[in-house]
Design a protein around this ligand. Structure first.
Ligand code: ZN
Length: 128
């Protein structure tokens, strides 16, 4: 699927009932690129964790990714990464465990969220 504004996403192309195109779109531009596999995993993760949340960041357009200092080849650029806020009722450990079960393979720890993606298997810790 190509990059488009989230308002242009057809309901027929949206199969993930706990999220809206707006929530997955770029925070800076409203553009979205849907990666079906990553979205399936995100929905599965959401059902396992059982708590509503909105990713802090999901898809990022090129300009916004630059603006927030994202890596040029960030999985966020491909719609394959989600930053999961650590909110009441969730712990970092539970996020890791369930995301792994849902098939996510890349993990990054930050103070207030956990980055999960479907890229190659890797881990980093950016907590301060
Ligand atoms: Zn991230």
């Amino acid at each position: 699927m190509r990059e488009m504004h989230y308002t242009m996403v057809s309901p027929d192309d949206w199969n993930w009932r706990n999220f809206t195109p707006e929530e997955i779109a770029c925070n800076g531009t409203g553009l979205i690129l849907i990666d079906y596999d990553a979205m399936e995993r995100l929905q599965e993760f959401r059902e396992m964790i059982g708590i509503p949340f909105t990713p802090n960041s999901a898809y990022r357009s090129e300009s916004h990714n630059k603006a927030v200092g994202g890596a040029p080849r960030s999985m966020h650029r491909l719609g394959r990464a989600f930053d999961i806020p650590i909110i009441e009722g969730m712990t970092r450990e539970v996020i890791h465990e369930h995301a792994k079960m849902a098939g996510f393979t890349g993990f990054g720890d930050y103070n207030s969220f956990v980055h999960i993606d479907t890229g190659r298997k890797r881990y980093w810790d950016k907590r301060k």
